[in-house]
Design a protein around this ligand. Structure first.
Ligand code: IPE
Ligand code: IPE
Ligand code: MG
Length: 234
C-alpha cells in the first residue's frame, strides 16, 4: 500500500461526539486533543513525512467566550506536551496561521516549540491555529506588495512558485490526501491554494473516535483513487 507523503486533516466533530455521550462540548475538545497526540504518533510511525492539522480557524473566534477559553487552555497544554514528542520523534513543528491573533503567552510557546524543533527532519508537523486560507492569502498579498514597493519583487517574476513562497506553507509540499471527520463535506477555509490536486476523503466518524483503523480506511481509499494532475492518465 502506498503511504501518502503529506496528509492534511480537518479535525471536526468534537462537540457532536461529546453531545452524543451526554457530555459538554469541552469534554469533546479534551478527548479530541488527546487523540491528536495519539494519531500524530501513529501517522509518524507509519512513515508519513508531512502532517497538517486544522485545529482553530479564523472563524472559530465567533464561538462563545467560554468555548474559546477552553480551546486556548487546551492549546497551552498541548503545545507544552508537543515539545517532548517533537524531541522524541525528531519532528519539526510549525504553526500556520496568524500567531499575532493569539494571547502573548501562546505566541511565546509557539516560538519556543518552533525554535527547539527547527533542526529536526524525521517528520514535519504543521498545526493550523488562527488559520484561514483567505487570511493567509491576504497576508501573503500584503507582504508581496511591500516587497514590490521595496524593489525586491517584480511583476514579471511572479510565478506560482514565488506566490506559494509567501504562504505560511512555504517549502512544504501540497497535501496528497485530505481527511475531514464527522460528515461535513466542505473546506471551511482550509488550504484553498494548497489542496488544488489533493484527494479528498470524508468520513462520518467524529474526530475523538478517529483511530488507526479509520486512518487505514482513508489510506486504502486513497490507494484506490486514479490520481491525475490534468493529464490524460495517472
Ligand atoms: C472541531 O470540533 C474542533 C474545532 C473546530 C476547534 P467542533 O468543535 O467543530 O465540533 P462540532 O463540529 O461542533 O461537532
Ligand atoms: C473547521 O471546523 C475548523 C477546524 C476544524 C479547526 P468548523 O467546525 O469550525 O467548521 P464549520 O463551521 O462547520 O464549517
Ligand atoms: Mg465543527
Amino acid at each position: 500500500m502506498k503511504i501518502p507523503n503529506h496528509i492534511a486533516i480537518i479535525l471536526d466533530g468534537n462537540g457532536r461526539w461529546a453531545k452524543s455521550k451526554g457530555r459538554p462540548r469541552s469534554y469533546g475538545h479534551v478527548v479530541g486533543c488527546d487523540n491528536l497526540e495519539k494519531m500524530c504518533n501513529v501517522i509518524c510511525d507509519m512513515g508519513v513525512k508531512y502532517l497538517t492539522v486544522y485545529a482553530f480557524s479564523t472563524e472559530n473566534w465567533k464561538r462563545s467566550a467560554e468555548e474559546v477559553g477552553v480551546l486556548m487552555n487546551l492549546f497551552r497544554r498541548y503545545l507544552k506536551r508537543c515539545e517532548r514528542n517533537a524531541k522524541k520523534r525528531q519532528m519539526r513543528v510549525k504553526i500556520i496561521g496568524d500567531p499575532t491573533g493569539m494571547a502573548p503567552d501562546i505566541q511565546d510557546m509557539i516560538a519556543e516549540l518552533e525554535g527547539m524543533s527547527a533542526g529536526y527532519d524525521h517528520m514535519f508537523f504543521q498545526i493550523a491555529l488562527n488559520y484561514g486560507s483567505r487570511d493567509e492569502m491576504r497576508r501573503a498579498a500584503a507582504k508581496m506588495t511591500a516587497d514590490a514597493r521595496d524593489g525586491k519583487l517584480r511583476p514579471e517574476d511572479m510565478s506560482e512558485e514565488v506566490f506559494a513562497s509567501y504562504l505560511d506553507t512555504a517549502g512544504i509540499p501540497d497535501p496528497d490526501l485530505l481527511i475531514r471527520t464527522s460528515g461535513e463535506q466542505r473546506l471551511s477555509n482550509f488550504l484553498l491554494w494548497q489542496l488544488a490536486y489533493t484527494e479528498f476523503y470524508f468520513t462520518e466518524t467524529p474526530w475523538p473516535a478517529f483511530d488507526e483503523k479509520e486512518l487505514m480506511k482513508a489510506i486504502e481509499a486513497y490507494n484506490n483513487r486514479d490520481r491525475r494532475f490534468g493529464d490524460a492518465k495517472s
